[in-house]
Design a protein around this ligand. Structure first.
Ligand code: HEC
Length: 144
Protein backbone atom coordinates (compact mmCIF):
# COMPACT_ATOMS: atom_id res chain seq x y z
CA UNK A 1 0.00 0.00 0.00
CA UNK A 2 2.81 2.38 0.96
CA UNK A 3 4.58 1.66 -2.31
CA UNK A 4 1.43 2.34 -4.28
CA UNK A 5 1.19 5.75 -2.58
CA UNK A 6 4.74 6.56 -3.57
CA UNK A 7 4.06 5.62 -7.16
CA UNK A 8 1.03 7.92 -7.20
CA UNK A 9 3.12 10.76 -5.78
CA UNK A 10 5.88 10.13 -8.31
CA UNK A 11 3.36 10.07 -11.15
CA UNK A 12 1.68 13.29 -10.15
CA UNK A 13 5.08 14.99 -9.80
CA UNK A 14 5.88 13.79 -13.28
CA UNK A 15 2.59 15.18 -14.57
CA UNK A 16 3.26 18.54 -12.91
CA UNK A 17 6.66 18.73 -14.58
CA UNK A 18 5.14 17.96 -17.95
CA UNK A 19 2.49 20.63 -17.41
CA UNK A 20 5.06 23.23 -16.36
CA UNK A 21 7.15 22.49 -19.43
CA UNK A 22 4.09 22.88 -21.62
CA UNK A 23 3.10 26.18 -20.04
CA UNK A 24 6.55 27.66 -20.63
CA UNK A 25 6.41 26.79 -24.29
CA UNK A 26 3.05 28.47 -24.70
CA UNK A 27 4.19 31.89 -23.47
CA UNK A 28 5.94 33.24 -26.60
CA UNK A 29 2.96 32.24 -28.73
CA UNK A 30 0.59 34.13 -26.42
CA UNK A 31 2.78 37.24 -26.62
CA UNK A 32 2.83 37.12 -30.41
CA UNK A 33 -0.97 36.98 -30.42
CA UNK A 34 -1.22 40.13 -28.31
CA UNK A 35 1.07 42.21 -30.52
CA UNK A 36 -0.65 40.93 -33.65
CA UNK A 37 -3.96 42.08 -32.18
CA UNK A 38 -2.81 45.53 -31.09
CA UNK A 39 -0.96 46.42 -34.30
CA UNK A 40 -4.02 46.62 -36.58
CA UNK A 41 -5.79 48.85 -34.03
CA UNK A 42 -2.97 51.40 -34.12
CA UNK A 43 -2.93 51.28 -37.91
CA UNK A 44 -6.68 51.78 -38.10
CA UNK A 45 -6.42 54.91 -35.96
CA UNK A 46 -3.63 56.25 -38.14
CA UNK A 47 -5.48 55.47 -41.35
CA UNK A 48 -8.81 57.09 -40.47
CA UNK A 49 -7.25 60.07 -38.73
CA UNK A 50 -10.26 60.13 -36.44
CA UNK A 51 -8.66 61.09 -33.18
CA UNK A 52 -10.24 62.79 -30.25
CA UNK A 53 -8.12 64.52 -27.67
CA UNK A 54 -8.42 66.29 -24.37
CA UNK A 55 -6.03 69.22 -24.03
CA UNK A 56 -6.56 69.54 -20.26
CA UNK A 57 -5.43 65.95 -19.76
CA UNK A 58 -2.60 66.56 -22.25
CA UNK A 59 -1.43 69.50 -20.15
CA UNK A 60 -1.51 67.37 -16.99
CA UNK A 61 0.58 64.64 -18.65
CA UNK A 62 2.99 67.22 -20.07
CA UNK A 63 3.48 68.81 -16.65
CA UNK A 64 4.01 65.43 -15.05
CA UNK A 65 6.83 64.17 -17.30
CA UNK A 66 7.29 65.67 -20.77
CA UNK A 67 8.20 69.11 -19.39
CA UNK A 68 11.47 67.66 -18.03
CA UNK A 69 12.95 67.76 -21.52
CA UNK A 70 10.55 69.96 -23.48
CA UNK A 71 10.36 72.99 -21.15
CA UNK A 72 13.97 73.97 -21.79
CA UNK A 73 14.86 71.92 -24.83
CA UNK A 74 16.97 69.45 -22.86
CA UNK A 75 18.92 66.76 -24.73
CA UNK A 76 17.80 67.99 -28.14
CA UNK A 77 14.06 68.05 -27.36
CA UNK A 78 12.06 70.84 -28.98
CA UNK A 79 11.33 73.59 -26.48
CA UNK A 80 7.56 73.73 -26.01
CA UNK A 81 7.46 77.26 -27.45
CA UNK A 82 9.81 76.59 -30.38
CA UNK A 83 7.37 77.13 -33.24
CA UNK A 84 9.85 76.22 -35.94
CA UNK A 85 10.69 72.86 -34.42
CA UNK A 86 7.04 72.03 -33.72
CA UNK A 87 6.04 72.97 -37.26
CA UNK A 88 8.76 70.62 -38.50
CA UNK A 89 7.36 67.82 -36.32
CA UNK A 90 3.72 68.59 -37.18
CA UNK A 91 4.58 68.19 -40.87
CA UNK A 92 5.18 64.48 -40.22
CA UNK A 93 1.50 64.12 -39.32
CA UNK A 94 0.03 63.48 -35.90
CA UNK A 95 -0.20 59.65 -36.26
CA UNK A 96 3.55 59.53 -36.93
CA UNK A 97 4.27 61.70 -33.88
CA UNK A 98 2.11 59.46 -31.71
CA UNK A 99 4.00 56.43 -33.02
CA UNK A 100 7.34 58.13 -32.25
CA UNK A 101 6.33 59.00 -28.70
CA UNK A 102 4.80 55.58 -28.02
CA UNK A 103 7.72 53.55 -29.36
CA UNK A 104 10.51 56.02 -28.71
CA UNK A 105 12.40 57.80 -31.48
CA UNK A 106 15.98 58.63 -32.35
CA UNK A 107 15.87 61.69 -34.57
CA UNK A 108 18.47 64.14 -35.80
CA UNK A 109 18.16 66.25 -32.65
CA UNK A 110 18.25 63.58 -29.97
CA UNK A 111 16.57 60.61 -28.35
CA UNK A 112 12.90 60.66 -27.39
CA UNK A 113 12.46 57.79 -24.90
CA UNK A 114 9.52 55.38 -25.33
CA UNK A 115 6.27 56.96 -24.08
CA UNK A 116 8.31 60.08 -23.26
CA UNK A 117 9.16 58.24 -20.00
CA UNK A 118 5.46 58.17 -19.02
CA UNK A 119 5.34 54.41 -18.62
CA UNK A 120 1.87 54.37 -17.02
CA UNK A 121 0.39 56.61 -19.73
CA UNK A 122 -2.43 55.12 -21.80
CA UNK A 123 -2.51 55.53 -25.60
CA UNK A 124 -5.08 58.28 -25.09
CA UNK A 125 -2.78 60.08 -22.61
CA UNK A 126 -0.05 60.14 -25.27
CA UNK A 127 -2.50 61.40 -27.92
CA UNK A 128 -3.62 64.16 -25.53
CA UNK A 129 -0.05 65.15 -24.60
CA UNK A 130 1.08 65.31 -28.25
CA UNK A 131 -1.85 67.59 -29.14
CA UNK A 132 -1.11 69.78 -26.13
CA UNK A 133 2.51 70.10 -27.25
CA UNK A 134 1.45 70.99 -30.81
CA UNK A 135 -0.85 73.66 -29.36
CA UNK A 136 1.98 75.10 -27.23
CA UNK A 137 4.25 75.09 -30.27
CA UNK A 138 1.62 76.89 -32.37
CA UNK A 139 1.10 73.91 -34.70
CA UNK A 140 -2.33 72.67 -33.63
CA UNK A 141 -4.85 73.38 -36.35
CA UNK A 142 -8.04 71.89 -37.73
CA UNK A 143 -6.19 69.29 -39.78
CA UNK A 144 -4.69 67.67 -36.70
C1 HEC B 1 14.27 62.51 -21.86
C2 HEC B 1 13.83 63.67 -22.60
C3 HEC B 1 12.42 63.67 -23.17
C4 HEC B 1 11.23 63.49 -22.52
C5 HEC B 1 10.99 63.20 -21.04
C6 HEC B 1 10.19 63.66 -23.51
N1 HEC B 1 10.73 63.93 -24.73
FE1 HEC B 1 9.72 64.34 -26.44
N2 HEC B 1 11.48 64.50 -27.44
C7 HEC B 1 12.74 64.41 -26.89
C8 HEC B 1 13.75 64.64 -27.92
C9 HEC B 1 15.24 64.66 -27.72
C10 HEC B 1 13.03 64.86 -29.12
C11 HEC B 1 13.61 65.18 -30.51
C12 HEC B 1 13.84 63.94 -31.35
C13 HEC B 1 14.37 64.35 -32.71
O1 HEC B 1 13.57 64.83 -33.54
O2 HEC B 1 15.58 64.22 -32.92
C14 HEC B 1 11.62 64.77 -28.78
C15 HEC B 1 10.60 64.93 -29.70
C16 HEC B 1 9.26 64.84 -29.41
C17 HEC B 1 8.20 64.94 -30.39
C18 HEC B 1 8.39 65.14 -31.87
C19 HEC B 1 8.73 63.83 -32.56
C20 HEC B 1 8.98 63.96 -34.03
O3 HEC B 1 8.94 62.93 -34.73
O4 HEC B 1 9.22 65.06 -34.52
C21 HEC B 1 7.03 64.79 -29.73
C22 HEC B 1 5.63 64.82 -30.33
C23 HEC B 1 7.36 64.59 -28.34
N3 HEC B 1 8.72 64.62 -28.17
C24 HEC B 1 6.42 64.40 -27.37
C25 HEC B 1 6.73 64.09 -26.04
C26 HEC B 1 5.74 63.78 -25.04
C27 HEC B 1 4.23 63.76 -25.30
C28 HEC B 1 6.40 63.54 -23.89
C29 HEC B 1 5.81 63.15 -22.54
C30 HEC B 1 4.85 62.08 -22.51
C31 HEC B 1 7.83 63.70 -24.17
N4 HEC B 1 7.99 64.03 -25.49
C32 HEC B 1 8.84 63.55 -23.24
C33 HEC B 1 13.03 64.17 -25.56
C34 HEC B 1 12.10 63.94 -24.57
Amino acid sequence: MKQFGLIVVAMSLGLMLIQCGGAKEEKPAAKAEVSAETAPVAEATAATGEMTYDLANGEAIYKKLCFACHDNGLAGAAKHTDQERWAESAAKGVPMLIKHVTEGYQGKYGMLPPKGTCMDCTDQDIIDAVHYQLKMGGSLNSSN
